[in-house]
Design a protein around this ligand. Structure first.
Ligand SMILES: Nc1ncnc2c1ncn2[C@@H]1O[C@H](COP(=O)(O)OP(=O)(O)OP(=O)(O)O)[C@@H](O)[C@H]1O
Ligand SMILES: [Mg+2]
Length: 491
């Protein structure tokens, strides 16, 4: 649809921007943010409308404004002008624009097929939402989004988890012939267990509760154990090493009680009581057992979502240990080709890969950074979700080649995103606080250009955890009332 004509004024049109007069019938159709095309000798110049102005010669002279207002048919002399920023040119392929369109050239709203090619959309890709102003579905190529990792960044309540549910639905609905990945989510708040009770997705979901997860003491390597106990001195490490070596040669499986007994009976040095203290602390985590559960094979299955439900775990250290141990196991198994390509999604990623925190409080940081650095070679993909990008490890964030950003208002976070996201202009950064819930900008590897879109409606039902505040208050009052009744009955 043709919408206007390029006008000539000082310095414009040029290779990066132009102004066009919007045709009267098109005024109601043309909006800021829309994509337009105009032809020159090299092909179709694709641009985005950055601003819309109105001007009227009758009102340029301040002194006669009042007289003119009533006496003349002024509305007919109003012009509506749009400023468009050039993004590229569609010739044989998509190229950087190196020339200017001509004054007088007609401007049209972008053709959908040209836009699809321009953004690099994929008909077989993941349908994340729509570019409203063009009614164009945003279909992102799975390899481009996942292989070089992605991050979802926004303030609390902006729709990060909602978007992740949409991505998970797309991965689960995907046909085997198009390539299915194994999605695994570390679910801090138990928001994703809803997949397990949903009619459509229950058969494609498995939930592992943090209270059931075990690290088999007899299977664990010394380096892993030392990583989990970073405060051990070299002398204590020597003692522990000796004891564990003996135990491994004598028994197939053993647990913390067996190790404790052995230390009590066999360690004579001053390390004994420190080691017993450490065993005591390890016991309190309720995570070390005789054998590993679950195995990498059982968590990692193509087309099956594994939810690692960490909501019943109050210890941040235990959550980190679970993330560390399972990620390490998955990554090593994938390196050996024993499990299919997988996507690990880490909610509240700033708590698992924090930027500036002592080693003891960040056991999971190293493995997240390792997958971020090396994962793409092995089909070990990573998604980091965070409401505080400033606190998220820069090494991990900078390896996420696609960023999906929803509403964000904190100026430090916006500044940080600007530095770590490729291709985000200052205009796009300025627009972040103005985004509505569920509006997102995707930028980086998965999209040729930053694209603003509305996240599509999810299909999965909300989990009971995501109840409204009113319901939580009523439930609490009910619980108090019942407790009182029970107490009264005893009196
Ligand atoms: N695309 C969307 N369409 C409709 N509603 C949405 C959309 N995105 C978010 N919402 C609404 O906003 C609420 C909060 O979204 P969500 O839980 O995804 O936020 P969040 O960014 O993950 O927040 P937090 O940082 O607290 O985890 C949802 O329960 C839902 O009601
Ligand atoms: Mg969330």
């Amino acid at each position: 649809m043709e919408i206007g004509t390029i006008i000539s004024c000082e310095g414009s049109p040029n290779s990066s921007e132009f102004l066009f007069n919007i045709d009267k019938p098109a005024v109601k159709v043309v909006k800021k943010g829309q994509f337009v095309q105009t032809k020159n000798e090299f092909g179709w110049v694709i641009s985005r409308i950055e601003e819309i102005y109105r001007s009227n010669k009758y009102f340029e002279n301040v002194e006669i404004v009042e007289e003119v207002k009533n006496a003349m048919p002024t509305k007919e002399w109003e012009s509506v002008i749009a400023k468009a920023k050039t993004l590229g040119i569609k010739a044989n392929g998509i190229e950087r624009n190196k020339s200017s369109p001509s004054p007088g050239a007609r401007v049209s709203l972008c053709d959908k097929e040209i836009l699809k090619e321009f953004f690099g959309f994929d008909e077989n890709g993941l349908y994340l939402g729509d570019i409203d102003s063009h009614e164009l579905p945003v279909k992102i190529n799975m390899t481009k989004l996942l292989q070089k990792h992605f991050a979802v960044l926004a303030l609390s309540g902006a729709g990060k988890s909602y978007l992740i549910k949409v991505i998970l639905e797309e991965l689960l609905d995907r046909d085997k012939s198009k390539g299915q990945i194994a999605p695994i989510i570390f679910d801090t708040h138990g928001e994703y267990i809803a997949f397990d009770t949903d009619k459509q997705y229950a058969s494609k979901t498995q939930v592992f509760k943090s209270s059931d997860i075990r690290i088999g003491l007899s299977d664990i390597s010394m380096s892993t154990l030392y990583h989990l106990l970073p405060d051990l001195s070299p002398a204590q490490k020597r003692e522990l090493n000796k004891i564990l070596k003996d135990m491994k040669s004598e028994n197939d499986v053993f647990d913390l009680e067996d190790l404790e007994r052995n230390i009590e009976n066999n360690v004579r040095s001053s390390a004994k009581y420190v080691l017993l203290d450490i065993i005591h602390e390890m016991k309190s985590l309720h995570i070390f057992g005789k054998s590993d559960y679950p195995s990498a094979n059982s968590i990692c299955k193509q087309g099956i979502l594994s939810v690692i439900d960490l909501s019943d775990c109050t210890s941040q250290r235990k959550r980190q240990i679970i993330v560390y141990y399972l990620c390490k196991k998955l990554f090593e198994a994938r390196q050996k080709g024993k499990i299919p390509p997988f996507l690990t999604i880490i909610e509240e990623a700033h708590n698992y890969a924090p930027e500036r925190v002592a080693k003891y409080n960040a056991v999971s940081k190293g493995i997240i950074e390792k997958i971020a650095r090396e994962g793409r070679k092995f089909g070990a993909c990573l998604a980091l979700i965070s409401q505080r990008p400033v606190h998220l490890a820069t090494t991990a964030l900078s390896q996420c080649n696609t960023h999906i950003i929803l509403r964000i208002t904190n100026p430090y976070d916006i500044d940080h995103i600007g530095k770590s996201s490729e291709g985000l202009s200052s205009d796009v950064l300025k627009s972040l606080p103005g985004l509505h819930i569920g509006e997102a900008i995707i930028t980086g590897e998965a999209a040729n250009q930053p694209i603003c879109f509305k996240v599509r409606q999810k299909k999965v039902q909300d989990s009971p955890i995501a109840n409204e505040l009113e319901k939580a208050c009523i439930d609490y009052s009910e619980m108090e009332k019942n407790n009182k009744k029970d107490l009264d009955a005893f009196r």
